[in-house]
Design a protein around this ligand. Sequence first.
Ligand SMILES: [Fe+2]
Length: 215
Amino acid sequence: MLDDGARSWEESLQLANAFHAWGYEKLIVTPHIHPDFYPNTPVDIHTRLAEWAQLLHDHAIPLRVEAAAEYFLNEQISESLEQNVPLLTFGKRYLLFEISHLQEPLSLKDFIFKASTLGYQLVLAHPERYEFLSAEKLDDLRHRGVLLQVNTMSLAGYYGKFAQKRAEYLIDRGYVSWLGTDCHHVEHLPVIQKARASKHYRKALSLPLLNHSLL
Ligand SMILES: [Fe+2]
C-alpha cells in the first residue's frame, strides 16, 4: 500500500491471497522511487513492509514478503551512486531500475558502468515496453551485464501489441532473467490470470529464471 499500488490494507490482503492461491511462497514488492512522482524513501518502504508482514501473519496467510524498489534513472540516482548512498536491492544486490519511456537517457551507459563497479547487479524493468530500445540495443545492454525483467502482464497484451511481441521475442531467445508481475491492484489480477494461461508464460517458466534463486 504505497504510491500507485493497493489502495487499502484490505486490497493488499486480497492480492496476497490471490498470489498464495497461485502457488507463490514469497513476494518481493518494488515500489517506485521517483523524486517527482513517488518520493518514497527506504524508511517509508520498510515501515509499510513491516505493517504488511504483520497483517499477513494476523490473517494466517503463509507468504513471505520483502521489499526493494524500482528506481527511475535520473540525476538523483546517479548522485546517490556517486556518493555511495546504499540503494534498496533484493537477493544478491540486484538493483531494479526503469528509464524514461520517451527516449534513451544520455546517462544510461555511464549509470550501468558506475552501478556495476559498485557491485550492483542491474535489472532493467519491463524492457519490452521501451519502443526506442531496438533488439540490438537490448543485446548491448545484456552484454554490459544488465539482466532483463519482463512483466507478466505484457503477455496478456496489457501494454499493447509492441510490448507483447517484444516480451515474446525476449522469452523465445532466452534473454529473460526475471519475471515480474507489475501487479498494482486487484484489477490487475484477471490480466495476470490471462497471461499465466499463455504459451509464452509457460515457455518463460522453462527458462533458468533467477526468481527461483530468491526463495
Ligand atoms: Fe515501471
